[in-house]
Write a protein that binds this ligand. Structure first.
Ligand code: PHE
Length: 498
């Protein structure tokens, strides 16, 4: 009988099986040894191929192995809860029955409650608030059996005492079951009948190389057809975290649009973070509930002239024609150190240092706010910040720039809506359309004279600050922002390359 389509590993496996008794049942180890293979997948694959040709029979047995789960490991090390409570009861003075209260003092709350339940099942009863055991020997005995059971793991399920196994399976995280398939292969009469001539391994060419084509051997060789439908292992290689990859992409887009990147410290003064931006000193967002103030350094020194300019602006509008916020401005408030609540603190300082040179600057950096952590909030997150200062810059240009940015990110539908920030006029909210819904991604506007005038800035400044994590949620399709910062390797591996 011919064996036309056999692959080399199938030929080798069949040859090895034919050399032994006809009815021998082969397990994986003996096959690996007989074929001189180390890779189990090769043996299983060859066996599968031979089975498809009707040359071997495969017998598959699924074994359930029971092993210790997390709580089980702990119980194995430190004793089962009932064991520890029982030993404690027996260590008390001769004849003394402990009370529930004693138990609650000796054990943590999360143990005392379930512990009493376990003891009751073993026959301990509560009499007038005291824990009383009428069958101490039996209790000791059962606890010993349970302890021995755990010590005997891992073991195959059908070698274990079913009552014990049921008991432990019903308790949380003590034991777990893993199924394993064990295969045995035997030759069929057809497999036995294949002539050994057919089982010579041939030279199979899988790769065409220039060297090969220079010789003659390829003329008589067999070529291996590719089966592109076969499952292959996914190569696991090192790669950037999706957040880092996203930041790189944003950088590339702004650089391409002619911006330069600004990187600056996140420890800042309230003066630059807020006063420079005409945020009133009694603004609620300045409170401890929203802003992380620092004890160290205790103050940040600021230029006296700049503070005097802010004072004039805040109290009566300075030279701008604005009426300011009124009240009295305090330099001590300005000098308070904090963790920046937005990256606008850095662009405004850049402008203060270069008040008359036209510029396009961006940053992607970390900011801090006292937010309760939930599905859409983190106390530490990133903003995509930017400014354009040049003569003639206007709202149209601001909107176009933001639309261009989001279009390059893959979100062509962008709209703006009126908003309010103390430091811009007009102020905008930027929204992009995602799966049919408009999502708010950030704020923007043109800096007010109250911001630009004290710093000597004469051209209009377009500015924006947008959420990076929000955008990441869209790009990665997440509905929980926390997923970005959990080091869940499986999730990380399966993220798209951005
Ligand atoms: N700083 C604002 C925020 O944190 C965003 C913003 C930046 C708005 C620049 C207008 C201009 O939300």
């Amino acid at each position: 009988m011919g064996a036309p389509d056999l692959l080399n590993p199938e030929r080798r496996m069949l040859r090895a099986m034919q050399l032994s008794e006809a009815d021998r049942s082969w397990d994986l180890e003996s096959l690996l040894a007989a074929c001189e293979w180390t890779d189990q997948a090769v043996a299983v694959g060859a066996g599968h191929g031979l089975q498809n040709h009707g040359l071997v029979d495969v017998d598959e047995e699924v074994l359930r192995e029971i092993s210790l789960d997390d709580a089980g490991e702990d119980a194995h090390q430190n004793g089962l809860l009932e064991h520890r409570i029982w030993s404690w009861m027996n260590s008390l003075d001769e004849g003394a029955s402990p009370s529930m209260k004693d138990l609650q003092e000796a054990f943590e709350r999360h143990e005392a409650g379930p512990g009493v339940g376990l003891l009751k099942q073993l026959g301990v009863s509560l009499e007038g608030g005291l824990l009383v055991a009428s069958n101490p020997d039996e209790i000791t005995n059962i606890i010993t059996q349970r302890t021995e059971f755990l010590a005997s793991l891992p073991a195959l399920a059908d070698t274990l005492d079913p009552t014990m196994l049921n008991h432990f399976s019903a308790r949380k995280n003590l034991v777990k079951a893993v199924e394993r398939t064990v295969r045995h292969w035997t030759l069929t009469p057809e497999g036995q009948a294949v002539s050994s001539d057919e089982l010579q391994e041939t030279v199979v060419i899988t790769d065409l190389t220039p060297e090969l084509l220079q010789g003659d051997t390829w003329k008589t060789a067999e070529f291996r057809a590719f089966d592109v439908s076969l499952e292959a292992a996914t190569p696991r290689t090192g790669r950037s975290h999706p957040m880092q990859a996203l930041i790189e992409r944003i950088r590339a887009i702004f650089l391409e649009m002619g911006f330069s990147e600004l990187v600056d410290d996140y420890v800042q003064s309230a003066g630059w973070n807020m006063d420079a931006l005409f945020i009133p000193q009694d603004h609620p967002a300045r409170e401890m509930q929203d802003t992380f103030y620092l004890d160290q350094p205790s103050t940040i020194e600021l230029d006296e002239g700049v503070m005097q300019a802010w004072k004039a602006i805040h109290e009566h509008g300075g030279e701008t024609g604005s009426t300011g916020w009124g009240g009295s401005y305090s330099t001590d408030v300005s000098k308070r150190p904090l963790l920046r609540t937005h990256t606008t603190v850095n662009t405004i300082q850049y402008l203060a240092e270069h008040p008359t040179e036209a510029c396009r600057v961006f940053s992607v950096d970390r900011v801090f706010r006292k937010e309760a952590i939930d599905r859409t909030h983190l106390p530490e997150f990133h903003q995509i910040e930017g400014i354009i200062m040049e003569e003639g810059a206007n709202l149209q240009m601001l909107v176009t720039t933001l639309k261009t940015f989001y279009a390059k990110m893959g979100y062509p539908e962008v709209r703006v809506r009126p908003a309010y920030f103390p430091y811009t006029e007009p102020s905008l909210e930027i929204e992009v359309k995602w799966r049919g819904k408009w999502l708010e991604l950030g704020g923007a506007g043109i800096f007010r004279p109250e911001v630009t005038e004290p710093l000597g800035i004469t051209s209009p400044v377009l500015a924006w600050g947008m959420g990076l994590e929000r955008l990441a949620m869209l790009v990665l399709g997440l509905d929980d922002i926390r997923q970005l910062y959990i080091s869940d390797l499986e999730w990380l591996r399966n993220q798209p390359i951005l």
